[in-house]
Design a protein around this ligand. Sequence first.
Ligand SMILES: [Zn+2]
Length: 440
Amino acid sequence: MTDRLARRRQRLRARQADRFARMADQVHVHNPFYRSKWRAAGFDSPPTLDDLGGLPYTTKEDLAADQEANAPWGSNLTFPFDAYVRVHRTSGTTGRPLRWLDTPASWQWFLDCWLAVYEGAGVTPADRVFAAFGFGPFIGFWTAFEAAQQLGCLVQPGGHLSTEQRLHMMQDDGSTVLLSTPTYALRMLESARRLGIDLAGGDVERTIHAGEPGAGVPAVKQRLAAGFGVEVFDHAGATEVGAWGIPCGVGEHLHVLEDEFIVEWIDRETGAAREPLEAVAREAGGDDLGELVLTNLGRIGSPVVRYRTGDVARLCAAGCPCGRPTVYLDGGVIARADDMFIVRGVNVYPSAIDALIREAGGVAEYRATVRRRSQMAEVEVEIEPESGQDAGSVRNRVQDLFEERLSLRVPVRIAGSGALPRFELKADRFRFEEPSSPVD
Ligand SMILES: [Zn+2]
């Protein structure tokens, strides 16, 4: 680390310590959830940043149990209920949805994080930002949209339209930025091809993707970049945590917005702290993965402290070629901890399978079935070839890549055209079948 970078890191740490102390002072006095958690861990007075490692982790299960015990809102509230003006919900993919309340100040904090995301992606007030999603209770859509408006962009809501209508609207209104999940952007490409719309020759200059790993997967990113003729940016955030992932713009990295979040990196199994990796080459250690733990510093009304995100990634120390002084994830979020499985001794995660299927090319859609048997799992894949593709050779390419990349022989079946489901938001291509009784 250069002296200059070290000094920037010191200043960052000082700002974090100051923000953490201000947050902890209020939370320790007024927030029943964290006050009891911290007191149980021996903190009778507000902790400082130096105490962080001694504070208990917060898990989604803790928050869900608290909302159940203190229904309906839970007790992670620093202010009287009347101070809150918005409620959103998590998607509930891993259990019952959580409710999340925000005050005007914490809502603005979330938008400010998004402004940093837009800055990282090079979005300016001159841009026209198209939001390719409907506005449900999920917080990410609203915050992305409102922040774009605050930046001064022309914002274009694209909810409750067909993919074809969205494509025409983007063309007609000269959209320059597309916000969507990676999955949906791929679907737009497929539709545009079918409709004869030339996206690469259009006005869109950049796409920003969130909601699932994907935009950090090189094969997906390249496909989107070529299909739309754009720069592709990855972002990550969560309802409970905020918008924490800043696109790098130089490498396939996602920086942590450390001005607003304290990041820790831990062993998924043991919970033990890990040191960020030193400037990692992509090829070096693909399996060197850990879970991100985040503390937000500006959402005082409903904070998370040492929150186990379930996001699995490779965290690299500061020193990215882009010049940002913050730590970063090599390849973005690689997987969700719940979605990883072991097939014949090989650690497999959905984004790795997604990457090799995209790399094979010629696949319009696919579905994977994972059958878990005690510690072991079997995986089987169905693919729907793009029209005009030779199904047999697409299947062979996919099978070969499974052997090459993961050393696995995986059965690949061909599905008829349009037989597999398409997705608008987060893809649900992986079916996990648990045995009702032990098999082996
Ligand atoms: Zn960078």
